[in-house]
Each structure stands twice: as structure tokens, then as C-alpha cells.
Design a protein around this ligand. Structure first.
Ligand SMILES: [Zn+2]
Length: 772
């Protein structure tokens, strides 16, 4: 339906302003909309604050999202000695450690909980008991044999001693992956306790059981490549939010860890090459003169990696099979965990990276099977990640970041991570493999920020590390593409989550769900949060406000334990934007965005009085020429929608207001020539889904020019189903598209274009082409 608006006045033939129009439109048309607003609407407003969804702020965590004046976290320092027994039949780790547990909480602690993550692999583990076996058992022969035939690999910790510092035994109770150590007397607030634990376990063959660590065996040269993590009993977190962390390590919910200093000695066969978390204190002794010289050279190389161990040297090393041993000594400060990689097979390269306030080494370890791909891409990708993440968050706080090539792995630890991707046996690889290698390295190195330093609780909230990190990965890759000269096809753009969001609602969880409970981990904890952050940055907040707020969050919570509320609150606190509606819609619900253009009405101006106006003149005993400026609304077929003024008084009063406005702002001559804007469009938007988001439109004018327009989400605050905007324009509009780039994850784009025919015609054209 096209409506024609007639504007007529006694003195001048045409007068128009946007105020003028709104003034009269508000009388008749918009009033009808308010009536449609459901009763009790405000109680259910999608814009009400989310105070009921967040914990009450307190002295530990403030309402601003910053740590409070009484914020604390406990600490665990470790002195660890382990031996990696590179046994052909069954490799093992044996170890002993002294944990200094520091109780910074205001509470007295009667016992300490220790995490025994290796027990996930123990016979009849909690994981075995609670997993739905489905077809998985048959797909993993190794797992099947060990679980059901009482032979093969038997994982799990063998705890051989738990004692105090003097060797006095302490009672302990193991509950699957958790061990409670009962203390002779409680640790007082501010006190500390030294605890000694001895253990051993059989290392798992990780390509067989899909562990986050273990060994890979290479049949051709008879060597193992070890990626070792969760190899020591680790103190659980005690904090103001959950008390002692009490969720078992089942499968997907990763780790909840305290910061501490680590002194670690690792004994390996003498011909192994090893690197891990922390500063390698005896590097010179471990490397030998030649390699150490190359290491010094690498520290001066800021533009390309320097080979420390070449392919030829690694191949020669594969054959030595030394029976002697050597011990690697590490010191790591302020880390939440420790991991290392060791093998005879490693090639080794390094370069230095200049950050704003410091430098850090980018390092790679890979077997010859990773070549020729890894020497080209790995260390460079590490360097790029250090630069980009530092720019957006804070400078990488450690002295090195290592990328280790490991079969089908993508797993992160402080300063070291495991990454997949190898060429085929002939050294050939596809673009997809190459891109996969770059992407996984950016991602896993990126985890050094989330959660290694911004130390969120992974056992509870997967999105707090994976979501932020996948988003930062996306920004880094978008930057890196320019250097690489090829696209990396990043995940997490809003349009990429549409198929997931409009899928079976029985299989969709909101982002705010615990790690071990969600159906679709990749979408729920990685892609959807990333798309949300992308939307916040590009659509809702804008880059300047978003970047500042995210940086504020990162800096407030580095080397601390943030929770979701701390993030939600900080983003609002640092930007002066109320985002509660967004947190509710995107993070706490599975609502979808199905926005559409319902209707576009076009008005234009004419000086011909309408029939209704003439009637009104008659009614009030006036000539039509005596009227002050006035508006009439008529449709194309002359149906008259001119608002009916119920009394002469109200008509004259409104007309006078308008005349005063015009006289105040425009001279008589200007009023005569007041011909802009030429057109008015009233666009009605509808939301057929439940999700609130800003309205983005692209306008195409008759002259071919285009313009983007945005209306903030709060435009929906009185009616979240339908809203109209009036658009004055000097040029005729031929097309309006709602969110043409799909930055708002709209699940149905068929109602996003006006006029509808344009889309249908395009469709028909396409159909014809296909039929040809
Ligand atoms: Zn990740």
C-alpha cells in the first residue's frame, strides 16, 4: 500500500520538515501500535537488568566487574622431579614433588584437594562410568581392549607416598580424579603447608585414546614423540566462588588451576631433545656448543626463524638410542601449569619477536614428518600470534612460546602447545592442511592469554577461554591474511552460527552452560561466543569502545580468576553501555534473530488539499485557503487518512504550533522554497524471533549510491516485535536491505529486502538460469 501525504498551506504552496510530519503522524498511525503492546509487557521486557542472573557483587568481586578490595587467590609452588622412562613396551613417568600451598583466603582449611587427572584413564574410571558408550567403544580398539578384556594399557596414577615435609605419612582419600589430603592441623588464613607426593603412571598412546597428552609411536624409526601434561598431582582451586573445585575431570571440562612458581627437573634419555614451560636453566649444557651458538643467533633474529636442530641432525639423532640419561632443569614463575615435549625426533627452530615493552621467543619443535611445512609456517605463526594478541590485550608476559607438532592435537599449556597438521609421505600438502596448521597454532598459542594468564575456570565455563580465544584468533587471522597473501577462512563470523542456532532446539544449549553438559561444544563454546564478540565489536559497541572494554577486562583479570559476571560487568563499566539485554539474549538463552522488513510506506509532498481537508474547513466554518499549514494523508487511490481533528480548537492549536515552528526556523521566502527532504519513508521492521539486536540497513538510491544506517537495539524497548522508523530523504530509495552482510546471525533472510519483488525477480532469474 502506498500512502500519499499531502501538505498544503494558505500562504506558501509547500512546507515540509521531518518534525512537521512526525507531529501529525503521531496523532493517528503510531497510536494504533501502542495498543498492540501486550499487557504486563514491562515486567517481561527483554531490556530489564540481569541482576537475577548474576551473583550479588561483594568485597571479592565488585559490581564494576573489577576484583574487589578483599579479592584473594591461593597459590601453589611446586618442586618437581620426574623421569621419563622411554621404554619400548610401555613408557612411564615416575615423579616426586613438594607442593607449598599458600592459603591467602580468609578461611581456615582442614584439607587440601589434589587433582589426579591421569585417573581419567584408570580402569573403571568415572569417565567410563558416566559416558554413553554408543559406537565409540568399537571405534577405539585400544580403549576397548583395556576396558573390557583386562589386558593392554592400564592408565591412572599410582600414588606411592603422601607425606608432610618431614616424611610423616598423611591420610588421603581418592575419589576418582580428586584426592583429599587430610592435614594434621588446619591451615589458618594466611598460612601455608608443605606437602610431598610420590607417584608413577604408564603413559598413554594418545592417538589411540585421544588424550590431551601422551606419546606417539613412529614405526619406521622406532621412536616415540612425547607431549607430556597433567603428569603431576595438581592442587585444585579454592576460591570465593565455589570453595574447593569439586567437579571430576570427565572429558571436556578442562582445568581449574592456581598460579605458582615451578622448579622442575626432568630426566630423559641423553639423546632426547626437550623443551617445556619456563626458563631452561641448563640450556648450554643440554644443547652443546654448536646448538647453543645457533640459539644465541636466533635470539637476535627478528625477521625469520633460525634452525637450531636441522632435519639432517634430527634424522641422525633418531638412530642413536642412547641408554645414558640427562636432566633438564626448568624454572617457571607465575604459571598455572607445567608441560613439556621430548623426543629424539625433533627439529628445532626459533626467532625473536619484538613487542611493545619487551621481546619473546617464538619456538617450534617438530619431527621430520612435519616437513617441509613446519619450518615454513610454525614459528612465523607463533610470532604473529604474540604480536596480535599483545596489541589487543597486553604484552605476552613470558619469555617464549613453543609450538610442538603432534598428531591430531590442538592443546594448550603455559608457554607450550601441541598442534596438528603434517604433509603426506611425499612431503606434499594441500592449502587446507597448511591453513589448518596456521590456524591451530594461532589458536593454541593464543590460549597463553585465555586461560593461562586470564585464568578462568575451564571446568565450569568453556566459553571463557575458548570463546575469547577463538575471537582473538579470528582477529589475528584477519590481520595475518594480508601478510600471507591467502585466506584462512576463519570460524566464528555471525553468519557461520546460523545453521546451528536455527537447528533442533532440543540439542542446543545457551553459552552459559557448564563445560561437561553441552551438546555441541564447538558451536556453543567456540563459534557462538566468538560471533557474539564480533557483533559487539562491529555492530553493537563499535571497535573503539569494545577494544577498550575488552582490554580493561584482560588487564583487570590477568593472573587472576575471572568469572562470567566479572566480564559482563566490566564490559558495561568500561563503555557506559547497558548490554544486559545482549548478555541475556546471546549468552543465557538460545533465542534466534529473525528480523525482517515488514512494510515500507512512501510519502511525498503535494500542495493539493484533500477532500477530508475541505470537509474539515466546511465543518469549522472556514475556507480551505484560510487554513494554516496542514497535513493530509492519502493513499494512492485517494483514500484519505488525514487525521481528523475532533474540534476546531484542537485543530487550530496544532496548526498554530506548527506554524510557529516554521516561522521561528524559516523566513517566508525559505518556507516557500522548503522542498527538502523530498521523500519520507516509514519502514516497519518486525522481529519474528525472540532475540534483540540493532537494526542495520543498507539503502540503495535511484542514482545508484548506497548508504548504511544503524538503529541501536533499544529501538525495540517498547515493542520487541515491531518497530517503525521514519527516514527523510532527498533522493528516491529503490531498495532497502536489512543486514546485507549478515552480521547479526539472522536465521531467515528471505524477509530482509524491500521491495520484495526485487528478491523474487532475482530468484526467478536464477531459476531460469538453472532451468537452462
Ligand atoms: Zn582452544
Amino acid at each position: 500500500m502506498k500512502i500519499i501525504l499531502t501538505l498544503w498551506s494558505k500562504n506558501s504552496h509547500v512546507m515540509k520538515t521531518r518534525y512537521f510530519l512526525l507531529f501529525f503522524l503521531s496523532i493517528g498511525l503510531l497510536h494504533a501500535q501502542e495498543k498492540e503492546t501486550p499487557k504486563g509487557h514491562y515486567n517481561y521486557s527483554k531490556f530489564r537488568q540481569i541482576t537475577n542472573l548474576l551473583p550479588t557483587p561483594n568485597e571479592y568481586r565488585t559490581a564494576s566487574g573489577a576484583p574487589g578490595h578483599a579479592y584473594y587467590q591461593n597459590r601453589a609452588n611446586y618442586k618437581i622431579k620426574v623421569e621419563l622412562i622411554d621404554d619400548e613396551k610401555q613408557p612411564k613417568i615416575t615423579g616426586s614433588e613438594t607442593i607449598t600451598y599458600i592459603n591467602n583466603s580468609p578461611d581456615q582449611l582442614d584439607y587440601i584437594w589434589i587433582q589426579l587427572d591421569q585417573n581419567k584413564r584408570a580402569p573403571n574410571s568415572f569417565t567410563d562410568q558416566v559416558n554413553d558408550d554408543g559406537d565409540n567403544v568399537m571405534m577405539r580398539p585400544g580403549k576397548f581392549i583395556s576396558q573390557y578384556t583386562n589386558s593392554g594399557y592400564k592408565g591412572g596414577y599410582h600414588i606411592t607416598k603422601v607425606s608432610d615435609i618431614n616424611g610423616n605419612k598423611l591420610p588421603y582419600t581418592i575419589n576418582f580424579t580428586m584426592m583429599r589430603v587430610d592435614l594434621p592441623k588446619p591451615i589458618k588464613a594466611g598460612g601455608q603447608y608443605n606437602l610431598k607426593i610420590d607417584w608413577w603412571y604408564d603413559i598413554n598412546n594418545y592417538p589411540e585414546d585421544w588424550g590431551r597428552s601422551g606419546y606417539e609411536h613412529f614405526d619406521k624409526d622406532g621412536n616415540n614423540l612425547y607431549i607430556i601434561a597433567q603428569f603431576y598431582p595438581r592442587v585444585a582451586v579454592y576460591n570465593d566462588v565455589y570453595g574447593w573445585q569439586n567437579l571430576q575431570f570427565i572429558k571436556t571440562g578442562e582445568f581449574t588451576l592456581e598460579f605458582g612458581n615451578f622448579d622442575v627437573e626432568i630426566t630423559t634419555p641423553a639423546d632426547h631433545v626437550l623443551d617445556g614451560t619456563g626458563v631452561l636453566l641448563n640450556r648450554k649444557e643440554m644443547m652443546g656448543k654448536k646448538q647453543y651458538g645457533r640459539y644465541l643467533k636466533a635470539k637476535k633474529s627478528f625477521d625469520k626463524p633460525v634452525m637450531i636442530i636441522t632435519k639432517e641432525e634430527a634424522v641422525a639423532n633418531e638412530k642413536t638410542k642412547s641408554t645414558k640419561k640427562k636432566t633438564w632443569k626448568f624454572r617457571a614463575e607465575n604459571v598455572r601449569d607445567f608441560a613439556f615435549a621430548s623426543s629424539r625426533k625433533f627439529l628445532y627452530d626459533m626467532m625473536n619477536v619484538r613487542l611493545a615493552t619487551k621481546t619473546a621467543l617464538a619456538v617450534s619443535l617438530y619431527p621430520k614428518e612435519g616437513e617441509p611445512l613446519w619450518s615454513k609456517q610454525s614459528t612465523r605463526a607463533v610470532a604473529q600470534t604474540l604480536k596480535n594478541y599483545s596489541k589487543h590485550l597486553f604484552d605476552y608476559p613470558y619469555h617464549k612460546a613453543i609450538s610442538v607438532n603432534a598428531y591430531r592435537q590442538g592443546m594448550e599449556y603455559p608457554m607450550i602447545c601441541w598442534n596438528y597438521g603434517r604433509p603426506n609421505e611425499n612431503g606434499e600438502y594441500t592449502d587446507r592442511t597448511r591453513n589448518g596448521v596456521i590456524k591451530v597454532i594461532v589458536h593454541e598459542v593464543g590460549h597463553n592469554w585465555f586461560p593461562m594468564v586470564i585464568n578462568s575456570d575451564e571446568r565450569q565455563w568453556t566459553w571463557m577461554d575458548e570463546g575469547f580465544n577463538t575471537f582473538m584468533e579470528l582477529l589475528t587471522e584477519q590481520d595475518y591474511e594480508k601478510q600471507l597473501g591467502f585466506p584462512l577462512n576463519s570460524r566464528g563470523l555471525p553468519k557461520s552460527v546460523v545453521p546451528f542456532m536455527k537447528g533442533d532446539q532440543n540439542k542446543i544449549h545457551p553459552i552459559m552452560i557448564n563445560s561437561d553438559l553441552m551438546h555441541n561444544r564447538s558451536m556453543t563454546a567456540y563459534s557462538k561466543p566468538t560471533a557474539g564478540f564480533y557483533m559487539l565489536r562491529e555492530v553493537i559497541m563499535g571497535r573503539k569502545l569494545f577494544d577498550y572494554a575488552l582490554k580493561t577486562y584482560a588487564n583487570r583479570w590477568k593472573f587472576k580468576h575471572p568469572t562470567p559476571a566479572d566480564f559482563f560487568r566490566t564490559m558495561e563499566d568500561a563503555s557506559a553501555m547497558d548490554l544486559d539485554w545482549f548478555w541475556r539474549g546471546w549468552f543465557f538463552t538460545t533465542r534466534v534473530n529473525n528480523m525482517g522488513i515488514k512494510n515500507v510506506e512512501k510519502f511525498y509532498l503535494t500542495d493539493k488539499p484533500t477532500e477530508r481537508m475541505r470537509n474539515m474547513a466546511k465543518r469549522y466554518g472556514m475556507k480551505v485557503e484560510d487554513f494554516p499549514p496542514y497535513v493530509s494523508l492519502v493513499t494512492e487511490n485517494s483514500k484519505d487518512f488525514t487525521p481528523d481533528m475532533k474540534s476546531k480548537k484542537s485543530f487550530l492549536s496544532r496548526a498554530k504550533t506548527l506554524k510557529n515552528f516554521l516561522d521561528k526556523n524559516y523566513s517566508q521566502k525559505e518556507q516557500k522554497n522548503l522542498k527538502t527532504p523530498k521523500y519520507f519513508y516509514r519502514i516497519s521492521f518486525e522481529q519474528k524471533g525472540e532475540l534483540i539486536l540493532p537494526i542495520l540497513i543498507k539503502i540503495t538510491y535511484k542514482d545508484g549510491s548506497t548508504e548504511m544506517k544503524k538503529y541501536p537495539a533499544k529501538v525495540w524497548r517498547y515493542n520487541d516485535k515491531e518497530v517503525s522508523k521514519l527516514l527523510p530523504s532527498n533522493k528516491e530509495i529503490v531498495k532497502i536491505e536489512l543486514d546485507p552482510d549478515n552480521l547479526t546471525a539472522d536465521i531467515n533472510q528471505s524477509n530482509n529486502t524491500w521491495p520484495k519483488q526485487a528478491r523474487e525477480t532475482e530468484f526467478k532469474k536464477l531459476k531460469k538460469q538453472i532451468q537452462k
